[in-house]
Design a protein around this ligand. Structure first.
Ligand SMILES: [Zn+2]
Ligand SMILES: [Zn+2]
Length: 359
C-alpha cells in the first residue's frame, strides 16, 4: 500500500514536471533603462485571417517562446486570399488569441492593417476598439476613424515596391503627418531598412517602429537570440497595454534588427550603459592598463575608434579584456568610441567616452 502511494506520488510529481517544461521561454537580455521598462514588442504580423499562414493563437505561442512582452496581430482589412476557406471577420484574430495571451502573460494589442497601393501605402492602427468600423473605401475616413478610436497609427514599410531612385513621399503623407493622423513610421520591416523614412522620422519627430511583418511560422530562438525577429523596444513606465500606448505616443522606442539598434541617443546611451560594464583596472604594466569589459546583453556592440586605433567587438553575454594605453604619470586615459551598430542617425553610431583610471 505504502509503495503504491509512493509510486503514485512519483508519477504525479513527474507529471507536473513534464507539463511545466513542455514549452520553454527564452528571455531576451536587453536591460531596462532608468525609469522605464524595456518591453520587447512586435506590432506587425499576419495570420490565416489575411495573407498569413498560421492560426492567431500560434502568434501568442511564438511570442512567449521568443521572450516578447507584447504583440499586435495586424491582419489586412482589405486583403483576404484565404477567404474561400476562412470567413472574413475582422475581429476574429484578436478574439481567438486574447484569452491565450492573458494565460501566457503576453500583452495583445488589438490592431489591423489598412492596405492601399502607394500612395498612400499601408498603415497599422494599434489599440483600435472596432476594426469593422474601419472597413471603408475612403482611405482618409479609415485613418480618421482609427484616430477617433484613440489608435496609434504608423506608416508601414514606406519604400516597399518603390524603385531605388524613386521618392515615396507624396502630398497625402504631408497631410497625414501635418494633421498628426499618423504618429509613427516603420522604417525597419523584417530585414528591410528604409533610409529616407529614417530621416523623416528624425525631421518630423515620429516614433521609430521596427517589426517582423511575419506571414510564416517563426523559427525557435537560438543561443543569445542570434536569430531574433525585428522588433520595437518600447521604454514604458510599466508593463501594460496602457504603458505601451503612452510610450508609443511619446516616441520612447528603439528598433532591434539583426545586430543593430536604431534609436535616439537619449535612449541608446542609457541602454548601452545598462548593458556594458567597464570594470576597475586589475593590472597595470607601464603605460598599459588591463580591465574587463562585460556585456550583459544579447546585443553585440561594435566599438570603433577614430583613425587607425583598433576597435573592439563586445560579444553578447561575454567578457572582453581591454588593454588601453594610459598616461605614464597619472595612470589615466580617456577613450572616445563610436558604437557603430547603435545608430542615432543614418550611418552615424552613438558616441561614448570611457574614462580609465589605473592606480
Ligand atoms: Zn503591408
Ligand atoms: Zn503586413
Amino acid at each position: 500500500m505504502k509503495i503504491w502511494i509512493r509510486m503514485v506520488t512519483v508519477i504525479i510529481i513527474l507529471g507536473i514536471a513534464v507539463s511545466a517544461s513542455a514549452a520553454v521561454r527564452k528571455e531576451i537580455r536587453i536591460p531596462d533603462i532608468a525609469g522605464y521598462r524595456t518591453l520587447k514588442c512586435d506590432f506587425h504580423m499576419h495570420t490565416v485571417f489575411s495573407d498569413g499562414n498560421v492560426w492567431p493563437t500560434v502568434r501568442v505561442d511564438e511570442a512567449w517562446r521568443e521572450g516578447l512582452d507584447a504583440i499586435a496581430i495586424t491582419d489586412h482589412i482589405e486583403y483576404h486570399p484565404h477567404k474561400e476557406d476562412i470567413a472574413v471577420k475582422h475581429e476574429r484574430p484578436y478574439d481567438l488569441a486574447v484569452s491565450k495571451a492573458k494565460d501566457m502573460n503576453i500583452l495583445l494589442v488589438k490592431a489591423a492593417e489598412i492596405t492601399r497601393d502607394t500612395p498612400p501605402g499601408h498603415y497599422n492602427a494599434l489599440f483600435v476598439k472596432d476594426i469593422a468600423a474601419l472597413d471603408n473605401k475612403d482611405f482618409l475616413a479609415q485613418i480618421k476613424a482609427a484616430n477617433d478610436q484613440g489608435a496609434f497609427v504608423f506608416w508601414n514599410h514606406p519604400g516597399w515596391k518603390q524603385k531605388a531612385d524613386e521618392s515615396y513621399w507624396f502630398d497625402i503623407h504631408t497631410q497625414l503627418f501635418n494633421e498628426k493622423l499618423v504618429q509613427g513610421i516603420e522604417f525597419v520591416n523584417g530585414d528591410g531598412y528604409f533610409l529616407d523614412a529614417h530621416k523623416w522620422a528624425l525631421e518630423r519627430n515620429l516614433t521609430f517602429i521596427g517589426n517582423s511583418d511575419t506571414h510564416s511560422p517563426m523559427d525557435p530562438p537560438l543561443e543569445n537570440n542570434a536569430n531574433h525577429r525585428t522588433m520595437t523596444l518600447v521604454f514604458a513606465k510599466d508593463r501594460s497595454l496602457d504603458g505601451i500606448q503612452e510610450a508609443l505616443k511619446s516616441g520612447r522606442t528603439a528598433i532591434w534588427v539583426e545586430d543593430k539598434l536604431y534609436g535616439r541617443a537619449e535612449f541608446l546611451k542609457p541602454l548601452f550603459e545598462a548593458s556594458v560594464e567597464f570594470c576597475p583596472v586589475y593590472r597595470r604594466n607601464g603605460v598599459t592598463a588591463m580591465l574587463e569589459v562585460r556585456n550583459k546583453s544579447d546585443v553585440p556592440f561594435e566599438l570603433g575608434r577614430k583613425g587607425n586605433a583598433k576597435g573592439l567587438i563586445l560579444e553578447p553575454n561575454s567578457t572582453t579584456i581591454l588593454r588601453p594605453t594610459v598616461n605614464k604619470e597619472s595612470g589615466k586615459a580617456e577613450i572616445i568610441y563610436e558604437v557603430k551598430n547603435l545608430l542615432i542617425e543614418p550611418g552615424k553610431g552613438l558616441p561614448i567616452t570611457v574614462t580609465i583610471s589605473a592606480p
